[in-house]
Design a protein around this ligand. Sequence first.
Ligand code: AMP
Ligand code: MG
Length: 322
Amino acid sequence: MKCLGIESTAHTFGVGVVDFNGSILSNEKAVFTTASGGMVPHEVAKHHREVCDTVFKKALEKANVKISDISLISYSHGPGLSPALIVGKDFAKRLSQDNNIDIIGVNHCVAHLTIGTLVTDAVDPVYLYVSGVNTQVIALASGKFRIFGETLDIGLGNALDKFGREAGLGFPAGPVIEKMAIKGKYIELPYTVKGMDVSFAGLVTKTKQLLDAGVSKEDLCYSMQEVCFAMLAEISERAMAHCEKDELLLIGGVGANKRLISMLKKMCSSRNAKFYSVPLEYAGDQAAMIAWQGILEFRAGKRIKEIDIYPYERVDDVEVIW
Ligand code: AMP
Ligand code: MG
């Protein structure tokens, strides 16, 4: 049996095909990018409408299957930008109705977690989830993924992108910041950790002020990475100690960053814990994870009553029934 997953919560429109045994057969996507202005929800939705048919066709071709080979359609029902979510939901609904295939909606953030344990050897880790919108430290406890710490304002990806917009680095800025940081040196920036929570807004404001004052972009890139990543290492370590777990799994688009990976590895090895990071292809938004999450929930007996979107659903709203 095979599941076709559809992702459309934010910048990425993705379609992936995954076998019920966990083999990923295809994982195609098209990503909205812009040189300035960031993500405007209606522009993102327009992008998704334009690319959806092509991405869908490619995903079937790569997996070497026809739509009649698909037993389940899974779409990300939230959280995300409503106009973008609607494109994915409508696309999934049409495919399901036209071809008489079961449909299920899943939580995008939960899917980030479960693809992580599918594609790595991690079993029951503390998850450090760092994407555009989200920065959370999560672990499974009493039947739900609980958020032990999170950003009190913006996600780290967005913080990097906001700085990038001011500095004229384009969107997404994370990869550019990583490259520019190599040539930078350290200058002090606000380090804000409260228990297992973090905050980035003050730091972004400070980097803007320093940019206006003529501080080099390279130095700001380097220092932003050092300070923000150290904050993440601190809260991850605290959560691992608190939950008594000895595995850390890094997920989300910012997880592509090599400096972040090396800092977390060091922290883990100093406490004899194992560090895992999700391979690049599965670190950011994509649809294989949506397909896999659909399979997990469908196999556990979940059926949906309404084909709807849930733009604000949190990871701890979802009962872990699988
Ligand atoms: P996601 O929402 O999980 O797809 O992640 C997207 C975010 O990851 C964007 O804010 C990017 O700027 C950020 N990002 C992508 N690659 C990198 C990188 N190499 N270093 C830091 N941030 C990155
Ligand atoms: Mg995401």
